[in-house]
Design a binder for this molecule. Sequence first.
Ligand SMILES: Cc1cc2nc3c(=O)[nH]c(=O)nc-3n(C[C@H](O)[C@H](O)[C@H](O)COP(=O)(O)OP(=O)(O)OC[C@H]3O[C@@H](n4cnc5c(N)ncnc54)[C@H](O)[C@@H]3O)c2cc1C
Length: 445
Amino acid sequence: MTERPHILIVGGGYVGLYAAFRLQKKLRGGEATVTVVDPRPTMTYQPFLPEAAAGSIEPRHVVVPLRKVLRGCRVVTGTVTGVDHRRGVATVVPAEGVPTELAYDVLVLAAGSVARTQPVPGLAECAIGFSTVGEAIYLRNQVLSRLDVAASATDPEVRRRALTFVVVGGGYAGVEAFGELEDMARFAMRVYPELAPSDMRWVLVEAAGRIMPEVSPSLAEYTVRRLEKRGMRVLLNTTVTSMVDGHVVLSDGEEFDSDTVVWTAGVRANPLAQASGLPVDPRGRLVASTTLRVPGHEDLWTAGDSAAVPDLSAEGAWCAPSAQHAVRQAKLLADNIIRSLRGREPKPYKHSHAGSVASLGLHKGVAEIYGIRLRGVVAWLMHRAYHVTRVPTLNRKVRVMADWLMAFLLRRDVVSLGQIHDPRRDWAAMVEATGVRPTVPPRVG
Ligand SMILES: Cc1cc2nc3c(=O)[nH]c(=O)nc-3n(C[C@H](O)[C@H](O)[C@H](O)COP(=O)(O)OP(=O)(O)OC[C@H]3O[C@@H](n4cnc5c(N)ncnc54)[C@H](O)[C@@H]3O)c2cc1C
């Protein structure tokens, strides 16, 4: 190890941001340098994505700028495409330019998870995921723009297709997206005299026999009943077998057309560890000991969705991919790295699952905290209270609360900005229509 060890953190999500933040706070001057590499310049607070999609929170406020928060670290905007841990180098492909090798002494692999997809015809062309702020903004505009399309359509087929919204996957991300987007669309319909909420068709498709494995079966059943009471359909033990050109075919034989299919059918570990020849479990997660160190590799650490961390609170179990674990693991991981730099023994990770909170729209929610089940507005308030205390930085906490206050005072802002997805379209059409062709400027001299 060099005089001043270099700690490289791959991924600036929950684990990466929190670990780097703690390292910059606790490392003594000159003790080590820290670099964080992520293809995005921001960390996304994913539990707020459903509310950002529904317009209750300004999308900019659910992301945290890495450079602003991690002033004591070097931040590189790029993708790590491979790690050679024997040599202590990672290959980084920057946002633009040629790949470079970054040498390190200590590596933290925290590249999170990727969507678990299936070979469903039409999936790549027709569906959209729900894990980034871009996808949340797109979905908000997509749902609102479909109301415009339906209200102006004379063809009943076009109208029905526009008003059919499908979410595939009944984990909390899928259920929250389902509940929040429907709630927003229902509210927006007040200004569409041509449309009634009963014209909308909202379908949640879940392969398992229940939704939200994070909560008890009775609370999951309650959630289904609440959603169905709103006229939404929850199809259990059902899969989507095809969605070519937006024609959705289900495993029970039902078929319909939809312009909007959201894919939230689970996640799997980021393939980087496996591709780099590091020790992974059968699910592709980097194997970790209870101290978050990779066994047999002194200077390799991991946590979060991409890691298989033993769950000491339940025998033989592994920590589930959740923000709750990611944040706590990140802090311990940073402390353990510092302990090991100072020649002390790292400590084991132990955390009992405290529970889950989920929002199903404005004033609607479900929660289970230390075995206590909460429903309706109380659960929804718990959801907001919990997450506003968790979102990183005081700046974001204040902005999110200000968004809620504005929405409370002025009601939700349901304007569609669909044009932002293709801002050059109108410009290009105008240039084409006016017939002005670009000319090559004459050469001087
Ligand atoms: C919509 C939604 C709602 C959720 N709600 C909840 C909730 O209510 N409660 C809860 O506990 N959990 C929730 N989760 C799950 C939670 O967000 C994750 O468990 C948590 O983000 C995991 O943290 P992580 O650091 O492992 O991964 P992430 O936070 O995903 O961070 C991984 C980072 O690695 C970066 N990266 C990926 N590949 C590379 C590469 N090759 N090189 C460099 N960087 C790379 C990514 O850009 C990303 O920034 C939700 C997830 C979603 C999608």
